[in-house]
Write a protein that binds this ligand. Structure first.
Ligand code: PMV
Length: 355
C-alpha cells in the first residue's frame, strides 16, 4: 500500500524594517546593497500558517494560498524548493516504520497550503511571513539541520529578501554579506521578543489597494537611476545600523524613533529620486507623518515613530500601551473612521479593526 502522507504545519510572523532594505546587488540570489534591521511582529496578529505534505500519491508539486491554487512555477519558489530538497535527510515515521531516504526528496512531490491571518488584500507585507514559513515548514518535514547559523534564512531570502528576517523573533539584522554565493547574506537575531516587551506596534491601513510598483521593480529602477540610493547605501546606512543596534540594546526609544522615521523618509526620498519617480505614500500617509511629527515636536521628545514600506500604510511604534492609546485617540480624531473611508486602523495588540 502506497498511501502514506507526512505533514508539518508551521507559523511565521511578518516583520517591519526600521532600517530599510532597498536595492539588490544580485537579483537572482537576492543579495542586498545594504544591511537592514527589523522588528518581528507577534505571530497572533500578522502571520502566515503553512502546512506542507509529502506523499507518493501526489503527482506534482502544488500550492494553495488562502484556499486558492497558485502557481509554483516562479523562479523564487523553484529556488527555495531546490535548495531545501538538496538538504533533505533520511526520515523515518516511527509509527508506520515508513522510511523516506534523502534522495527520495528529489522525486517525491509536495502539497503546500498557506493561510494569512490578516486581510491579504490589505496591502501589508505578506511575502516575508509566507516564504519564512514555507522554508521553515519544509526544513522540519525533511529534518534539515542548519550546517551554519542562518542557513535557512539564506534560503528564505531567495524567496523574498525580507523573508530572511522573519525566521527569528524580536529584533533582527540582515547582514548584506560579502560572498558572491550569498552564503553570508543571512539574518541574525539582535535581541529576543522579551528584550523590549513594552513596545507596541500599530498598523494604520491607509489603502488596501495593491501597490502599482512592486518592490522588485522599484528596487531595480532605484539602483539604475537614483544617485541618492548609492549615497544612502554607502554613507548613511552603515552608521545608522550601528546607532540602531545601540538604541535597541539600551531601550533608547528616542533614538530608536528618530532613526526609524528618518530612515523611512530617506527610503521614500530614494524612490522619488528614481527616474521616473516612484510614489508609495499618498496624501493620507503624508498627513499621518505630519500629525506625528507635530506631536513629537510639541512634546520635545519622540512619542511614537512611523515607518512606511513600499505602500501607503503606516506602521507606528509606541514605547508603551499608554502612549499607544494616546496615539489611537489622535488618529481617530484626525482620521475619523466613520466619516472617512480613507483610513481604518488595524490595531496590533488589541485584535480590533476599526473603521
Ligand atoms: O523583500 P521584499 O522584496 O518584499 O522588499 C521589502 C522592501 C521593504 O519592505 C520596503 C523594506 C524592508 O526592508 O522590508
Amino acid at each position: 500500500l502506497n498511501s502514506w502522507v507526512f505533514m508539518v504545519t508551521a507559523r511565521a510572523p511578518t516583520n517591519i524594517a526600521v532600517i530599510k532594505y532597498w536595492g539588490k546587488r544580485d537579483e537572482k540570489l537576492i543579495l542586498p546593497i545594504n544591511d537592514s534591521i527589523s522588528v518581528t511582529l507577534d505571530p497572533d496578529h500578522l502571520s502566515a500558517t503553512t502546512t506542507v505534505a509529502v506523499s507518493p500519491s501526489f503527482s506534482s508539486d502544488r500550492m494553495w494560498l488562502n484556499g486558492k491554487e497558485v502557481s509554483l512555477g516562479g523562479e523564487r519558489y523553484q529556488n527555495c524548493l531546490r535548495e531545501i530538497r538538496s538538504r533533505g535527510r533520511d526520515v523515518v515515521d516511527e509509527k508506520s516504520g515508513t522510511l523516506i531516504k534523502k534522495e527520495d526528496w528529489q522525486t517525491l512531490h509536495l502539497h503546500i497550503a498557506s493561510h494569512n491571518n490578516f486581510p491579504t488584500a490589505a496591502g501589508l507585507a505578506s511575502s516575508a511571513a509566507g516564504f519564512a514559513c514555507l522554508v521553515y515548514a519544509l526544513a522540519k518535514l525533511m529534518d534539515i539541520e542548519e550546517r551554519y547559523a542562518g542557513e535557512l534564512s539564506a534560503i528564505a531570502r531567495q524567496g523574498s529578501g525580507s523573508a530572511c528576517r522573519s525566521l527569528y523573533g524580536g529584533f533582527v539584522k540582515w547582514d548584506m554579506g560579502k560572498e558572491r554565493d550569498g552564503s553570508d547574506s543571512i539574518a541574525v537575531q539582535l535581541a529576543t521578543e522579551e528584550h523590549w516587551e513594552e513596545l507596541v506596534i500599530l498598523v494604520a491601513v491607509v489603502s488596501s489597494r495593491q501597490k502599482e510598483t512592486s518592490s522588485t521593480t522599484g528596487m531595480r529602477e532605484s539602483v539604475e537611476t537614483s544617485e541618492l540610493l548609492h549615497h544612502r547605501a554607502q554613507e548613511v546606512v552603515p552608521k545608522r545600523i550601528v546607532q540602531m543596534q545601540e538604541a535597541i540594546a539600551n531601550h533608547d526609544f528616542a533614538s530608536f524613533a528618530r532613526i526609524t522615521c528618518v530612515d523611512s523618509n530617506q527610503f521614500h526620498a530614494v524612490c522619488l529620486d528614481a527616474s521616473p519617480p516612484i510614489f508609495y505614500m499618498n496624501d493620507t500617509s503624508h498627513r499621518i507623518i505630519n500629525c506625528i511629527e507635530k506631536w513629537n515636536r510639541f512634546e520635545g521628545t519622540p512619542q511614537v515613530s512611523y515607518t512606511f514600506d513600499a505602500g501607503p500604510n503606516a506602521v507606528i511604534c509606541a514605547p508603551s500601551r499608554k502612549v499607544a492609546g494616546l496615539l489611537l485617540q489622535r488618529l481617530l480624531y484626525y482620521f475619523p473612521p466613520d466619516s472617512s473611508k480613507e483610513l481604518s486602523s488595524y490595531v496590533i495588540g488589541d485584535t480590533s479593526i476599526l473603521g
